[in-house]
Design a protein around this ligand. Structure first.
Ligand code: URP
Ligand code: ZN
Ligand code: ZN
Ligand code: ZN
Length: 482
Protein backbone atom coordinates (compact mmCIF):
# COMPACT_ATOMS: atom_id res chain seq x y z
CA UNK A 1 0.00 0.00 0.00
CA UNK A 2 1.35 3.40 -0.99
CA UNK A 3 0.38 6.79 0.44
CA UNK A 4 0.69 10.17 -1.27
CA UNK A 5 0.85 13.35 0.77
CA UNK A 6 -0.42 15.95 -1.67
CA UNK A 7 -0.59 19.71 -1.95
CA UNK A 8 1.64 20.60 0.99
CA UNK A 9 4.76 22.70 1.40
CA UNK A 10 7.75 20.65 2.47
CA UNK A 11 9.87 22.29 5.17
CA UNK A 12 13.24 20.75 5.98
CA UNK A 13 16.28 22.06 7.82
CA UNK A 14 17.53 23.72 4.62
CA UNK A 15 14.65 24.04 2.13
CA UNK A 16 11.03 25.15 1.82
CA UNK A 17 9.24 24.05 -1.37
CA UNK A 18 5.96 22.77 -2.73
CA UNK A 19 5.95 19.06 -3.58
CA UNK A 20 4.06 15.82 -3.01
CA UNK A 21 5.56 12.87 -1.16
CA UNK A 22 5.01 9.24 -2.10
CA UNK A 23 5.45 6.68 0.67
CA UNK A 24 6.05 3.02 -0.01
CA UNK A 25 6.93 0.32 2.52
CA UNK A 26 7.27 2.82 5.35
CA UNK A 27 9.84 4.92 3.52
CA UNK A 28 9.82 7.97 1.31
CA UNK A 29 9.84 6.63 -2.25
CA UNK A 30 9.55 9.82 -4.27
CA UNK A 31 9.26 13.60 -3.88
CA UNK A 32 7.87 15.71 -6.71
CA UNK A 33 4.81 17.16 -8.43
CA UNK A 34 1.59 15.23 -9.11
CA UNK A 35 2.33 12.02 -7.25
CA UNK A 36 -0.43 9.58 -6.44
CA UNK A 37 -0.75 6.53 -4.22
CA UNK A 38 -3.33 4.00 -3.06
CA UNK A 39 -4.26 6.46 -0.33
CA UNK A 40 -4.08 10.26 -0.27
CA UNK A 41 -3.44 12.67 2.58
CA UNK A 42 -4.47 16.18 1.66
CA UNK A 43 -1.85 18.64 2.92
CA UNK A 44 -3.23 21.74 1.19
CA UNK A 45 -2.31 24.79 3.25
CA UNK A 46 -0.09 22.70 5.53
CA UNK A 47 3.64 22.28 6.05
CA UNK A 48 5.10 18.80 5.80
CA UNK A 49 8.10 18.39 8.09
CA UNK A 50 10.29 15.60 9.45
CA UNK A 51 8.67 14.20 12.60
CA UNK A 52 10.13 15.54 15.82
CA UNK A 53 12.89 13.62 17.57
CA UNK A 54 13.05 14.11 21.33
CA UNK A 55 16.49 13.00 22.47
CA UNK A 56 15.77 13.40 26.17
CA UNK A 57 12.94 11.50 27.87
CA UNK A 58 12.58 9.50 31.09
CA UNK A 59 9.64 7.15 30.65
CA UNK A 60 8.86 4.86 33.60
CA UNK A 61 12.10 6.07 35.15
CA UNK A 62 13.04 4.76 38.59
CA UNK A 63 13.97 7.98 40.40
CA UNK A 64 13.86 9.43 43.91
CA UNK A 65 12.00 6.45 45.34
CA UNK A 66 9.29 6.28 42.69
CA UNK A 67 8.79 5.85 38.92
CA UNK A 68 7.94 8.63 36.50
CA UNK A 69 4.23 8.34 35.70
CA UNK A 70 4.36 8.33 31.90
CA UNK A 71 5.56 5.00 30.59
CA UNK A 72 6.47 4.13 27.00
CA UNK A 73 2.76 3.74 26.19
CA UNK A 74 1.36 7.06 27.42
CA UNK A 75 4.62 8.91 26.81
CA UNK A 76 4.85 7.96 23.15
CA UNK A 77 1.11 8.61 22.69
CA UNK A 78 1.84 12.16 23.90
CA UNK A 79 4.82 12.32 21.55
CA UNK A 80 2.80 11.36 18.45
CA UNK A 81 -0.05 13.72 19.36
CA UNK A 82 2.53 16.49 19.44
CA UNK A 83 4.22 15.59 16.14
CA UNK A 84 7.19 13.73 17.63
CA UNK A 85 7.98 10.38 16.01
CA UNK A 86 11.06 9.24 17.90
CA UNK A 87 12.19 9.45 21.52
CA UNK A 88 15.56 8.65 23.06
CA UNK A 89 15.25 7.50 26.65
CA UNK A 90 17.89 6.93 29.33
CA UNK A 91 18.77 3.42 30.45
CA UNK A 92 19.82 3.67 34.11
CA UNK A 93 21.68 0.68 35.54
CA UNK A 94 21.17 0.22 39.30
CA UNK A 95 24.31 0.38 41.47
CA UNK A 96 26.58 -2.55 40.52
CA UNK A 97 24.16 -3.71 37.82
CA UNK A 98 25.69 -4.58 34.43
CA UNK A 99 24.92 -2.36 31.47
CA UNK A 100 23.74 -5.20 29.25
CA UNK A 101 21.35 -6.46 31.91
CA UNK A 102 19.92 -2.98 32.44
CA UNK A 103 19.52 -2.60 28.71
CA UNK A 104 17.39 -5.75 28.60
CA UNK A 105 15.11 -4.20 31.25
CA UNK A 106 14.74 -1.02 29.22
CA UNK A 107 13.96 -3.01 26.09
CA UNK A 108 11.21 -4.76 28.07
CA UNK A 109 9.70 -1.44 29.19
CA UNK A 110 9.96 0.06 25.72
CA UNK A 111 8.06 -2.85 24.22
CA UNK A 112 4.96 -0.68 24.81
CA UNK A 113 6.20 2.22 22.68
CA UNK A 114 3.89 3.56 19.98
CA UNK A 115 6.65 5.43 18.13
CA UNK A 116 10.27 4.59 17.35
CA UNK A 117 12.81 4.86 20.13
CA UNK A 118 16.41 4.53 21.13
CA UNK A 119 18.34 4.68 24.39
CA UNK A 120 21.29 6.50 25.88
CA UNK A 121 23.18 4.33 28.39
CA UNK A 122 23.86 6.02 31.72
CA UNK A 123 27.14 5.51 33.57
CA UNK A 124 25.72 5.43 37.09
CA UNK A 125 28.75 3.72 38.68
CA UNK A 126 32.27 2.85 37.53
CA UNK A 127 34.27 -0.36 37.55
CA UNK A 128 35.87 -3.12 35.43
CA UNK A 129 32.48 -4.48 34.49
CA UNK A 130 31.20 -1.16 33.17
CA UNK A 131 34.44 -0.60 31.24
CA UNK A 132 34.17 -4.08 29.70
CA UNK A 133 30.48 -3.79 28.81
CA UNK A 134 30.60 -0.38 27.12
CA UNK A 135 31.61 -1.85 23.71
CA UNK A 136 28.84 -4.44 24.08
CA UNK A 137 26.35 -1.62 24.47
CA UNK A 138 27.75 0.01 21.34
CA UNK A 139 27.38 -3.31 19.51
CA UNK A 140 23.70 -3.21 20.55
CA UNK A 141 23.20 0.02 18.62
CA UNK A 142 23.74 2.65 21.32
CA UNK A 143 26.46 5.24 20.76
CA UNK A 144 25.87 7.66 23.66
CA UNK A 145 26.71 7.41 27.39
CA UNK A 146 25.14 9.75 29.93
CA UNK A 147 26.89 11.08 33.04
CA UNK A 148 25.13 12.80 35.92
CA UNK A 149 27.38 15.35 37.62
CA UNK A 150 24.54 15.97 40.12
CA UNK A 151 22.26 13.81 42.34
CA UNK A 152 25.01 13.11 44.88
CA UNK A 153 24.66 9.74 46.58
CA UNK A 154 22.45 8.45 43.76
CA UNK A 155 23.28 8.87 40.06
CA UNK A 156 26.29 11.20 40.39
CA UNK A 157 29.73 10.22 39.07
CA UNK A 158 33.00 11.91 40.05
CA UNK A 159 35.62 13.52 37.80
CA UNK A 160 37.98 10.50 37.76
CA UNK A 161 35.10 8.22 36.76
CA UNK A 162 33.99 10.69 34.12
CA UNK A 163 37.47 10.97 32.68
CA UNK A 164 37.80 7.18 32.55
CA UNK A 165 34.40 6.82 30.91
CA UNK A 166 34.94 9.66 28.43
CA UNK A 167 38.28 8.09 27.44
CA UNK A 168 36.54 4.77 26.92
CA UNK A 169 33.92 6.56 24.76
CA UNK A 170 36.76 7.97 22.63
CA UNK A 171 38.17 4.45 22.10
CA UNK A 172 34.87 2.93 21.03
CA UNK A 173 33.51 5.78 18.88
CA UNK A 174 30.77 6.78 21.32
CA UNK A 175 29.80 10.21 22.67
CA UNK A 176 29.40 11.19 26.32
CA UNK A 177 26.41 13.24 27.50
CA UNK A 178 26.40 15.21 30.74
CA UNK A 179 23.87 16.56 33.16
CA UNK A 180 26.09 19.45 34.22
CA UNK A 181 25.57 20.72 37.77
CA UNK A 182 28.14 20.63 40.57
CA UNK A 183 26.50 17.94 42.72
CA UNK A 184 28.70 18.56 45.76
CA UNK A 185 27.73 22.23 45.91
CA UNK A 186 24.05 21.45 45.29
CA UNK A 187 24.06 18.94 48.18
CA UNK A 188 25.68 21.54 50.45
CA UNK A 189 23.21 24.28 49.48
CA UNK A 190 20.25 21.92 49.91
CA UNK A 191 21.34 21.08 53.47
CA UNK A 192 22.02 24.74 54.26
CA UNK A 193 18.60 25.87 52.98
CA UNK A 194 16.80 23.11 54.86
CA UNK A 195 18.75 24.00 58.02
CA UNK A 196 17.52 27.58 57.69
CA UNK A 197 13.92 26.41 57.42
CA UNK A 198 13.75 27.04 53.68
CA UNK A 199 11.91 23.82 52.83
CA UNK A 200 9.45 24.86 50.07
CA UNK A 201 9.76 24.30 46.31
CA UNK A 202 11.25 27.79 45.82
CA UNK A 203 14.35 26.54 47.68
CA UNK A 204 14.89 24.04 44.85
CA UNK A 205 15.78 26.97 42.60
CA UNK A 206 18.01 28.59 45.23
CA UNK A 207 19.92 25.32 45.67
CA UNK A 208 20.91 25.14 42.00
CA UNK A 209 22.14 28.59 40.89
CA UNK A 210 23.39 29.16 37.34
CA UNK A 211 27.05 29.31 38.43
CA UNK A 212 26.77 25.71 39.65
CA UNK A 213 25.69 24.68 36.17
CA UNK A 214 28.29 26.84 34.43
CA UNK A 215 31.16 25.38 36.47
CA UNK A 216 30.11 21.80 35.74
CA UNK A 217 29.70 22.54 32.04
CA UNK A 218 33.21 24.00 31.86
CA UNK A 219 34.59 21.00 33.76
CA UNK A 220 32.88 18.48 31.49
CA UNK A 221 34.13 20.35 28.42
CA UNK A 222 37.70 20.24 29.73
CA UNK A 223 37.46 16.53 30.55
CA UNK A 224 36.02 15.72 27.12
CA UNK A 225 38.76 17.72 25.43
CA UNK A 226 41.47 15.90 27.38
CA UNK A 227 39.82 12.55 26.62
CA UNK A 228 39.58 13.50 22.94
CA UNK A 229 35.85 13.00 22.52
CA UNK A 230 32.87 15.15 21.47
CA UNK A 231 30.47 16.19 24.24
CA UNK A 232 26.70 16.75 24.42
CA UNK A 233 25.40 18.87 27.29
CA UNK A 234 21.77 18.10 28.13
CA UNK A 235 19.26 20.63 29.46
CA UNK A 236 21.39 23.78 29.11
CA UNK A 237 19.32 26.24 31.14
CA UNK A 238 21.43 29.35 31.61
CA UNK A 239 23.89 31.82 30.13
CA UNK A 240 26.78 30.45 32.24
CA UNK A 241 26.47 27.00 30.70
CA UNK A 242 25.70 28.36 27.23
CA UNK A 243 28.73 30.66 27.48
CA UNK A 244 30.98 27.69 28.24
CA UNK A 245 29.65 25.81 25.21
CA UNK A 246 29.85 28.87 22.95
CA UNK A 247 33.46 29.51 23.96
CA UNK A 248 34.46 25.86 23.51
CA UNK A 249 32.92 25.74 20.04
CA UNK A 250 34.68 28.97 19.07
CA UNK A 251 37.92 27.23 20.01
CA UNK A 252 37.12 24.32 17.70
CA UNK A 253 35.91 21.88 20.35
CA UNK A 254 33.11 19.52 19.39
CA UNK A 255 30.50 20.42 21.99
CA UNK A 256 26.72 20.35 21.53
CA UNK A 257 24.09 22.04 23.71
CA UNK A 258 20.46 21.13 24.28
CA UNK A 259 18.05 23.68 25.81
CA UNK A 260 14.63 22.44 26.84
CA UNK A 261 11.33 23.95 25.72
CA UNK A 262 10.56 24.51 29.43
CA UNK A 263 13.68 26.64 30.05
CA UNK A 264 12.99 28.65 26.89
CA UNK A 265 9.47 29.60 27.93
CA UNK A 266 8.95 29.27 31.71
CA UNK A 267 10.77 31.37 34.28
CA UNK A 268 11.81 31.20 37.92
CA UNK A 269 8.75 33.17 39.03
CA UNK A 270 6.84 29.87 38.77
CA UNK A 271 8.45 28.73 42.04
CA UNK A 272 7.09 31.75 43.93
CA UNK A 273 3.47 30.72 43.38
CA UNK A 274 1.80 30.51 46.82
CA UNK A 275 0.15 27.20 45.87
CA UNK A 276 2.61 24.47 46.99
CA UNK A 277 1.36 22.00 44.36
CA UNK A 278 1.70 24.56 41.56
CA UNK A 279 5.32 25.29 42.44
CA UNK A 280 6.31 21.66 43.16
CA UNK A 281 4.92 20.49 39.82
CA UNK A 282 7.52 22.72 38.20
CA UNK A 283 10.48 21.39 40.18
CA UNK A 284 13.04 20.03 37.78
CA UNK A 285 16.81 20.18 37.47
CA UNK A 286 18.22 22.55 36.44
CA UNK A 287 15.43 24.85 37.65
CA UNK A 288 13.69 27.49 35.57
CA UNK A 289 15.74 30.70 35.24
CA UNK A 290 15.04 34.38 34.58
CA UNK A 291 14.30 36.15 31.29
CA UNK A 292 17.95 37.02 30.60
CA UNK A 293 18.86 33.34 30.61
CA UNK A 294 15.92 32.60 28.32
CA UNK A 295 17.13 35.26 25.88
CA UNK A 296 20.58 33.66 25.93
CA UNK A 297 19.13 30.25 25.02
CA UNK A 298 17.07 31.67 22.16
CA UNK A 299 20.14 33.49 20.87
CA UNK A 300 22.08 30.23 21.03
CA UNK A 301 19.52 28.52 18.82
CA UNK A 302 19.65 31.43 16.38
CA UNK A 303 23.43 31.62 16.20
CA UNK A 304 24.05 27.88 16.19
CA UNK A 305 25.90 27.64 19.51
CA UNK A 306 22.96 25.53 20.77
CA UNK A 307 21.56 22.91 18.42
CA UNK A 308 18.64 20.95 19.86
CA UNK A 309 15.39 21.62 21.73
CA UNK A 310 14.28 18.68 23.90
CA UNK A 311 11.82 18.13 26.77
CA UNK A 312 13.53 15.94 29.40
CA UNK A 313 9.99 14.57 29.74
CA UNK A 314 9.94 13.06 33.23
CA UNK A 315 6.38 13.38 34.48
CA UNK A 316 5.30 12.90 38.11
CA UNK A 317 1.74 13.23 39.40
CA UNK A 318 0.81 15.80 42.04
CA UNK A 319 0.53 12.91 44.49
CA UNK A 320 4.11 11.88 43.74
CA UNK A 321 5.33 15.48 44.03
CA UNK A 322 3.75 15.69 47.51
CA UNK A 323 6.43 13.30 48.83
CA UNK A 324 8.43 16.50 49.20
CA UNK A 325 6.04 18.46 51.44
CA UNK A 326 8.23 19.83 54.22
CA UNK A 327 11.47 18.88 52.41
CA UNK A 328 11.98 20.26 48.89
CA UNK A 329 14.89 17.87 48.30
CA UNK A 330 12.39 14.99 48.24
CA UNK A 331 10.17 16.46 45.50
CA UNK A 332 10.67 14.14 42.50
CA UNK A 333 12.54 16.20 39.89
CA UNK A 334 10.97 16.41 36.45
CA UNK A 335 8.31 17.93 34.22
CA UNK A 336 6.42 16.82 31.12
CA UNK A 337 6.42 18.35 27.65
CA UNK A 338 6.36 15.65 24.96
CA UNK A 339 2.96 16.61 23.59
CA UNK A 340 3.69 20.34 23.65
CA UNK A 341 7.32 20.80 22.54
CA UNK A 342 6.67 21.44 18.85
CA UNK A 343 3.58 23.61 19.24
CA UNK A 344 5.17 25.76 21.96
CA UNK A 345 8.44 26.16 20.03
CA UNK A 346 6.52 27.04 16.86
CA UNK A 347 4.37 29.58 18.71
CA UNK A 348 7.12 31.18 20.80
CA UNK A 349 9.85 30.74 18.18
CA UNK A 350 8.63 30.72 14.58
CA UNK A 351 5.59 32.95 15.12
CA UNK A 352 7.63 35.60 16.93
CA UNK A 353 10.42 35.70 14.34
CA UNK A 354 12.98 34.24 16.71
CA UNK A 355 13.37 31.16 14.50
CA UNK A 356 12.82 30.43 10.84
CA UNK A 357 10.75 27.37 9.96
CA UNK A 358 13.94 25.70 8.77
CA UNK A 359 15.68 26.46 12.05
CA UNK A 360 12.65 24.97 13.81
CA UNK A 361 13.07 21.70 11.89
CA UNK A 362 16.81 21.69 12.55
CA UNK A 363 16.29 22.19 16.30
CA UNK A 364 13.49 19.65 16.71
CA UNK A 365 14.67 16.90 14.39
CA UNK A 366 17.53 17.18 11.88
CA UNK A 367 20.37 18.36 14.11
CA UNK A 368 19.85 15.63 16.67
CA UNK A 369 19.49 12.98 13.95
CA UNK A 370 22.96 13.98 12.75
CA UNK A 371 24.45 14.17 16.25
CA UNK A 372 23.06 10.74 17.14
CA UNK A 373 24.12 9.24 13.78
CA UNK A 374 20.69 8.28 12.47
CA UNK A 375 20.58 10.85 9.67
CA UNK A 376 19.19 10.68 6.99
CA UNK A 377 17.14 7.64 8.01
CA UNK A 378 15.55 9.98 10.59
CA UNK A 379 15.31 13.78 10.53
CA UNK A 380 15.15 14.09 6.74
CA UNK A 381 12.67 14.31 3.89
CA UNK A 382 14.64 12.45 1.25
CA UNK A 383 14.01 9.34 -0.85
CA UNK A 384 14.92 6.30 1.27
CA UNK A 385 14.34 8.02 4.61
CA UNK A 386 11.82 6.58 7.07
CA UNK A 387 8.46 8.25 6.44
CA UNK A 388 8.33 9.81 9.93
CA UNK A 389 6.47 12.96 9.02
CA UNK A 390 4.22 15.59 10.49
CA UNK A 391 1.59 17.42 8.47
CA UNK A 392 1.58 20.73 10.30
CA UNK A 393 -1.44 23.02 10.31
CA UNK A 394 -0.03 26.51 10.91
CA UNK A 395 -3.51 27.97 11.47
CA UNK A 396 -4.75 25.47 14.07
CA UNK A 397 -5.00 26.83 17.59
CA UNK A 398 -5.54 25.47 21.05
CA UNK A 399 -5.16 26.43 24.69
CA UNK A 400 -2.88 23.91 26.33
CA UNK A 401 -4.59 22.12 29.18
CA UNK A 402 -4.14 18.95 31.21
CA UNK A 403 -7.72 18.11 30.26
CA UNK A 404 -7.59 15.71 27.33
CA UNK A 405 -3.79 15.46 27.21
CA UNK A 406 -2.25 12.07 26.43
CA UNK A 407 0.18 12.21 29.33
CA UNK A 408 -0.93 10.29 32.44
CA UNK A 409 -0.36 13.15 34.87
CA UNK A 410 -2.99 15.50 36.29
CA UNK A 411 -1.51 18.86 35.28
CA UNK A 412 0.53 20.53 32.53
CA UNK A 413 3.32 23.06 33.12
CA UNK A 414 2.20 24.90 29.96
CA UNK A 415 -1.44 25.11 31.16
CA UNK A 416 -3.12 28.14 29.58
CA UNK A 417 -0.54 28.67 26.82
CA UNK A 418 -2.34 29.68 23.62
CA UNK A 419 -0.59 27.93 20.74
CA UNK A 420 -1.03 28.44 17.01
CA UNK A 421 0.41 25.72 14.78
CA UNK A 422 -0.35 22.08 15.54
CA UNK A 423 0.05 18.65 13.96
CA UNK A 424 -2.93 17.62 11.84
CA UNK A 425 -1.47 14.21 10.95
CA UNK A 426 1.61 12.41 12.27
CA UNK A 427 3.03 9.49 10.31
CA UNK A 428 5.33 6.92 11.85
CA UNK A 429 7.23 4.88 9.23
CA UNK A 430 4.54 5.65 6.70
CA UNK A 431 1.57 4.73 8.86
CA UNK A 432 -0.88 7.35 10.13
CA UNK A 433 -0.14 7.36 13.85
CA UNK A 434 -2.13 10.44 14.88
CA UNK A 435 -4.89 12.39 13.18
CA UNK A 436 -7.12 15.22 14.39
CA UNK A 437 -6.78 14.67 18.10
CA UNK A 438 -6.66 10.88 18.07
CA UNK A 439 -3.63 8.64 18.52
CA UNK A 440 -4.07 5.77 16.12
CA UNK A 441 -0.74 3.95 16.54
CA UNK A 442 -1.15 1.03 18.88
CA UNK A 443 0.84 0.08 21.93
CA UNK A 444 4.00 -1.73 20.84
CA UNK A 445 4.09 -0.45 17.26
CA UNK A 446 7.30 1.50 17.82
CA UNK A 447 10.65 -0.02 16.86
CA UNK A 448 14.10 0.22 18.39
CA UNK A 449 16.39 2.32 16.18
CA UNK A 450 20.04 1.24 16.14
CA UNK A 451 22.56 4.04 16.17
CA UNK A 452 26.00 3.02 14.90
CA UNK A 453 29.22 4.23 16.53
CA UNK A 454 31.74 6.61 14.98
CA UNK A 455 29.60 9.43 13.60
CA UNK A 456 31.54 11.79 11.30
CA UNK A 457 32.30 14.35 14.02
CA UNK A 458 33.77 11.70 16.35
CA UNK A 459 35.91 10.34 13.51
CA UNK A 460 37.15 13.80 12.56
CA UNK A 461 37.98 14.65 16.17
CA UNK A 462 39.91 11.43 16.77
CA UNK A 463 41.92 12.02 13.57
CA UNK A 464 42.76 15.53 14.77
CA UNK A 465 43.69 14.31 18.27
CA UNK A 466 45.91 11.63 16.73
CA UNK A 467 47.62 14.18 14.48
CA UNK A 468 48.24 16.62 17.34
CA UNK A 469 49.13 14.03 20.03
CA UNK A 470 52.38 14.57 21.99
CA UNK A 471 55.38 13.07 20.22
CA UNK A 472 58.85 12.49 21.58
CA UNK A 473 61.50 14.68 19.95
CA UNK A 474 64.49 12.67 18.74
CA UNK A 475 67.48 14.77 19.83
CA UNK A 476 71.13 15.03 18.86
CA UNK A 477 74.12 15.96 21.03
CA UNK A 478 73.37 13.63 23.94
CA UNK A 479 74.75 10.10 24.53
CA UNK A 480 72.74 7.43 22.66
CA UNK A 481 70.00 5.65 24.53
CA UNK A 482 68.99 8.54 26.83
O1 URP B 1 14.58 17.18 36.83
C1 URP B 1 14.88 16.42 35.94
N1 URP B 1 15.54 16.91 34.91
N2 URP B 1 14.54 15.13 36.01
C2 URP B 1 14.95 14.09 35.16
C3 URP B 1 16.34 13.61 35.42
C4 URP B 1 17.35 14.54 34.83
O2 URP B 1 18.12 15.14 35.55
O3 URP B 1 17.38 14.69 33.61
ZN1 ZN C 1 11.77 -0.12 39.08
ZN1 ZN D 1 19.40 15.80 34.06
ZN1 ZN E 1 16.84 14.10 32.00
Amino acid sequence: MTIAIKGGTIVTADLTYKADILIDGGRIAEIGPNLSGDETIDATGAFVMPGGIDPHTHLEMPFMGTHSADDFDTGTAAALAGGTTMVVDFCLPAPNQGLVEALQEWHQKAGKARCDYSFHMAITWWGERVFAEMPKVVAEGINTFKHFMAYKGALMVNDDEMFASFSRCAEIGAMPLVHAENGDVVAFLQAKLMGEGNNGPEAHGYSRPPEVEGEATNRAIMIADQAGVPLYVVHVSCEQSHEAIRRARAKGMRVFGEPLIQHLTLDEGEYLNPDWDYAARRVMSPPFRNRLHQDSLWAGLQSGSLQVVATDHCAFTTEQKRTGIGDFTKIPNGTGGLEDRLAVLWTKGVRTGRLTMNEFVAATSTNIAKILNVYPRKGAILPGADADLVVWDPAATKTISARGQKSAIDYNVFEGFEVTGLPAVTLSRGVVAYRDGEVIAGTGEGRFVERPANPPVARALSEWKELTAPRRVERTGIPAGV
